[in-house]
Design a protein around this ligand. Sequence first.
Ligand SMILES: [Zn+2]
Length: 244
Amino acid sequence: MRILQIIALSCLAVLGGPALASSLVEPSLHVIAGGPDRPRIALTFDACEGRTDQRILGALVDNRIPATIFATARWLSRNSAAVAILQAHPDLFQVENHGARHIPAVDRPMSVYGLAAAGSPAAVLAEAQGGADAIKAAGFATPKWFRGATAKYTTTSLAEIRSLDLGVAGYSVNGDGGAQLSAGASEKRLLSARDGDVVLAHINQPGRTAGAGVVRGILALKARGVQFVHLDDGGPGPAATAKP
Ligand SMILES: [Zn+2]
């Protein structure tokens, strides 16, 4: 085991309205630190729906920077050129599961950031299994990690996802605020990443300025000597995921 994943859960307010007297959880994730001489950071990019940010994909390929892409079945079906680039660089890109239809993996009827949640345990399982099936059908390795749309869950939906032998991939640095941040703010977020951090950004929003800042931040981290790693670079995958 070269990387240890540490999950800490923080409770978040329910976003679905006053009738839902419960809370959602948002796991955080770190990789093992590499030390001051060779800090380690894992870059993760959600490919929710939409298109491909070639600024980011091109920078990763050109600079030989490894990253983990969390893709939905929808994104895979609509971005065949990007999929071919990912497949051409298996040493750089680990493709993991962002669900079938980009539905929050929350097993109660509610709205999360304006997205209707899966709403039941069966629908959570369908979202996670559907994403895994699409990744395998596209020719990638069987995914070991799942990150649901919005990255929020219930404690019971976390267990449902793990019952499929999928680890739940949190993060520790929100790199682009859902691709809503400016280029400058995104660059700053990237530069705030420290040894052991897992950075989340988006690779499906080519029309937004955030992506330009994400690229600048990545290149600046590289210039600092950061070692970019996959989530389970030789590690144990879901088995290392702590239970809430
Ligand atoms: Zn997403």
